[in-house]
Design a protein around this ligand. Structure first.
Ligand code: HEC
Length: 110
């Protein structure tokens, strides 16, 4: 009888462990959401590039007509170029990549 109780106890602990383990994973994922390129664009880029990327304030390049690759955009956004200041001090590499991807979508929209 004692053995059965011990076995049942261990079984319950295993089940609980599995359940809480999954929950911890789910929580971890919720705490680190994918950066939203569109949101970042609206906060940091719209003042010069505009909603559609073609506003051109302060001589900003037309993003909807840009032929730069994703890598090229990431570099300009991180390091800056001429009058555009770089964003690597403000945005993490993940966020820079997300916003660079969003600027590629501006091309499709126009
Ligand atoms: C202060 C105004 C300003 C802000 C804010 C700004 N840019 Fe720019 N951006 C420019 C200017 C000006 C250029 C052209 C630079 C040049 O002449 O070399 C440019 C160029 C670019 C280019 C290169 C396009 C090409 O085809 O060469 C990309 C990509 C870009 N910006 C993305 C962004 C993103 C993404 C943000 C927000 C994180 C941003 N910019 C914020 C002014 C700005």
């Amino acid at each position: 009888m004692k053995q059965i109780v011990v076995a049942a106890f261990l079984g319950t602990m295993l089940l609980l462990g599995a359940a809480y383990g999954d929950q911890a994973l789910a929580l971890g994922a919720a705490n680190a959401p994918k950066p939203d390129g569109e949101k970042i664009y609206k906060v940091y880029c719209i003042t010069c590039h505009g909603m559609k990327g073609d506003m051109g304030a302060s001589g900003a390049a037309n993003l909807s007509a840009s032929t730069l690759s994703l890598e090229g955009r990431i570099k300009v956004i991180a390091e800056g170029r001429n009058t555009m200041t770089g964003f690597k001090a403000l945005l993490t590499p993940d966020k820079i990549k997300a916003v660079a991807k969003y600027t590629l979508e501006l091309k499709k929209k126009s």
